[in-house]
Design a protein around this ligand. Structure first.
Ligand code: PLP
Length: 287
């Protein structure tokens, strides 16, 4: 396996970074997770737009143009001869001194890892996920925007730890007002009386690329979809609940805070949208 690290391809064993890298010392940097389906990089433009916007927001200059970055990613997939893959792009502030001031870092570090995909077990999609709401709240958008996909994921990690301790598959994150925002690394949708709802991102959710693809697919397939705030109660009484994300795609939720969702099986609209999503990913991508 070859990894793109600071301007060249190196073997996995040799892909190491300095302990003085501020990505390591402070979580100072940005990242993306991207999927490759049948050799196509799914919505690469959208992922790179988000990466460059995240970097711009934290005043981190990515040392490649968008075109160069596209080439680097496509080349990483090609060199590893991958058809179905998960790509991780990391841009860290780079090596500096021990102080947190980024001005000691001279050169941002760019890393692209593409590896064989480990799919989630099929049973999980058939059974659905058990989800629990957690005490850790989504950081307030006016303090730190959830749109910055930064290397500082401590908030999400604390949420995941709480979910692990509660013995559930995934966490439901609320904002400081108690509105449902998202999972630890995925967006949430609920369906009630045939209408699909997802929280507006201003409540404190990342504007997921899978989320946006599902919104498009829902509308083109004639479903009514509303971006509207909702509470845990609305989730408990929903007809269907599902999560979306690059890794998980679309996955049904069958239990929330020990309340069974409807009959406890993935619902028809969730299943329909998952099938539509799987059709979309084979036709929409950069070769
Ligand atoms: N929310 C958070 C906090 C995430 O980290 C992710 C994963 O990237 C998502 C949602 C889902 O976004 P996407 O569909 O772009 O992978």
């Amino acid at each position: 396996q070859m990894i793109f690290l600071s301007g060249k391809f190196v073997k996995k064993e040799e892909a190491v970074v300095s302990v003085y890298d501020h990505g390591f010392l402070y979580g100072d940097g940005v990242f993306e997770g991207i999927r490759v389906y049948s050799g196509n990089v799914f919505r690469l433009e959208n992922h790179l737009k988000r990466l460059y916007e995240s970097a711009h927001s934290i005043m981190l200059t990515i040392p490649y143009t968008l075109e160069e970055m596209t080439q680097i990613i496509v080349e990483t997939v090609r060199i590893n001869e991958l058809q179905s893959a998960y790509i991780r792009v990391v841009v860290s502030r780079g090596q500096g001194n021990l102080g947190l001031d980024p001005s000691s870092c001279s050169m941002p570090r760019v890393i692209v890892i593409a590896e064989e995909l480990t799919l989630y077990p099929k049973e999980l999609y058939e059974r659905g996920l058990k989800v629990g709401s957690v005490a850790t709240r989504r950081n307030r958008p006016d303090v730190l925007s959830p749109q910055i996909k930064s290397l500082n994921y401590l908030n999400n990690i604390l949420v995941k730890l709480e979910a692990n301790q509660a013995g559930v598959d995934e966490a439901l994150m609320l904002n400081d007002q108690g509105y449902v925002t998202e999972g630890s690394a995925d967006n949430i949708f609920i369906i009630k009386n045939g209408i699909i709802y997802t929280p507006p991102v201003y409540l404190g959710a990342l504007e997921g690329i899978t989320r946006n693809a599902i919104i498009e697919l829902a509308r083109t397939n004639g479903y009514e979809l509303k971006e509207q705030p909702f509470t845990r109660h609305d989730v408990y009484i929903a007809d269907e609940v599902f999560l979306t994300g690059t890794a998980v795609e679309v996955i049904a939720v069958n239990e929330v805070d020990t309340r069974q969702i409807k009959d406890g099986k993935p619902g028809p609209i969730t299943t329909h949208l998952l099938n539509e999503f799987r059709k979309l990913v084979t036709t929409d991508g950069v070769q």
